[in-house]
Design a protein around this ligand. Sequence first.
Ligand SMILES: [Zn+2]
Length: 687
Amino acid sequence: MPRALLRGRWALTPPFHPYPQPLLRGTAGGLIFCDTVCRRALACAAPADSPRSAVWWCPDFPLAGEPRAIVCQRSEATRIAGARKAALDLPRFVAICARPMFWTEDVAAKCVGPQIINDSKTPSGRVHVGAMRGVLIHDAIFRTLRERGIEARYLFGVDDYDPLDEIPAGKGAHFEQFLGQPLCNVPAPDGSTASDMAEHYISEFFQVFEELGVKVEKYRMRDIYRSGKFNEAIDIILRNAATVRRVYKEVSNSDRNENWFPFQTVCEKCGRIGTTEVFAYDGKEVSYRCRPDMVKWARGCGHEGKVSPFDGRGKLPWKLEWVAKWISFPVTIEGAGKDHSTKGGSRDVSAACLRAIFQKEPPLNVPYEFFLVGGAKMSSSKGIGASARDMANLLPPELLRFLMIRTKPNSPVNFDVHEEGIVKLFNEYDRFHDRTVTGKATADEAFVTRLAAPASIEGHEFNANFQLVTALIQMPHLDAVKEIEKRAGRPLTASERAHLEARIRSAQVWVDGYATDEEKTRLQETLPARAAELTQAQRAFLHALADALPDTTWEDDALQSKIFEVARLTPVEQPLAFKALYRVILDKAAGPKAGNLLAFLDRDFLQRRLRELPFDRVQFWKETAVTADELRAWHTKEAAKIASQEHRVNVEGAVFSTEYTFTLTDGKRVLRRVVTEGTPAPEGVLA
Ligand SMILES: [Zn+2]
């Protein structure tokens, strides 16, 4: 490290501790990670022979143009104190603190040596979005490993030798005759350009991978079987059929009779694979029968035959297929959904078979919970909920990744596509992003943000708030991009513009496909009928706001503060004030930040609308009045906060409204009203 970098002040943050040993491979050529910002492997500036006093720095952690050094002592504070005494003039010192790691780092910390991650999907229909959770969990692990300098591959299998056992929603006529056949042998539905059904459905899924930047090495089980890659594993597993039967019984308590062999051939007569049963293996060929009554969803032809189990003439049942993948590739990390990861479940069965037959340990499991939309687990065959394609249309890539990985795998993710849920997701992402860009994020926040948005972590200083964008695109007289530029006070940069356009697309998809009528933000051309439900106080608030508008700067924050002030001076509770506004403008009970909304509207239009609903003055006074005793009690309680006060009296017939306006020490003004008949409230009510 150039001496010039070793300047500045020590700022030591105890307690620090050595990094987990597996990560400290080697010495100066080994890896230490930036713990504060990027968590990438740090460059080493120390002599190769003195790892214990090494100075490491993170090139991605610049401060005023100068790389900030991260000094990672492997050992205890005394070493650092020693270095300090030696009068090394070191820059800001960031020590490694004991703190919980992001879950992908936990996984990475358990890894030694090169890693092979595997995930798979059976393309039996449109792939539902729930399947994206596994894909993105594995992707996050993969990218964390790579960042750590750990050699890793991410394999993704298409289980297209599985039988067609369920007909995709709405496609009965086409697929029924093929039930029981391997998916890769079933023709694609009419109108598809794909070579077969499996390709038809998986290609849509892989398109989503592309958009999300998920880089996998794809393989298809038809190729694996037909190329003979699994021949050896098939042979060993068939020779150990008795062991498999014993494991099934011991682990999952399921009985397989002595003639059962873990293999299914493609029937030479009818082409089905889901209906065949193997009952013998002589080391070269298996004997099988195609049973009419084996499964409920398909009828075998009754054929009996003898055939080689190799080179694609059949497949292993999927629990053993798992074993063959683990042993052949060989897989070191493979998470499984919660439904497979229960005790005695398929994952346990596969792991026990692997141990019993191959004397190997299974890959690291990262069990993950379901992804739920609006609380319901989605099913592709029933066509409930959204497919991965639908969800990728709704959410920009970084939002979808954020949604899937920020929650620990063992907790369910419940995504609500209603307004409240989607707005919350976007806002939370924006908060993480802003905090990361401004350096205020915690290490975990910065880490998850960077995993979610690897390419677009910079910028977006302007406000492309999702709720605001959604409101903007629903106002026919506005151009959303121009409005946002007006707010930014300058033209948007290319990346800001791309970011905004992605939000506009999402907002449009949401409005067209997901928003309920009540959730749609339609600027009301005339006063909505439901405005008649507003109280006299809410109506009076709208009138008072109309009166205040000419003197208000036509800008988000000024308008927002004005709404609050007028509410305090009416007085009306703030939520009721906002509800009244949304009702007369949008015919809704809620909406985007009101200051934003108002700023987009024409001032004259708004004033007219706010005054359109008449109100009864006396009724309004009575609704908002307090008794003289209540006023005195309030005044006593708040006395310390009151800077000054004034009062005036209004009269309507025999009804008097005595109004006290208090200016508080923080500059805010509030109003209290006492209503009396015949005479005003006695003077000196507050004396
Ligand atoms: Zn058959």
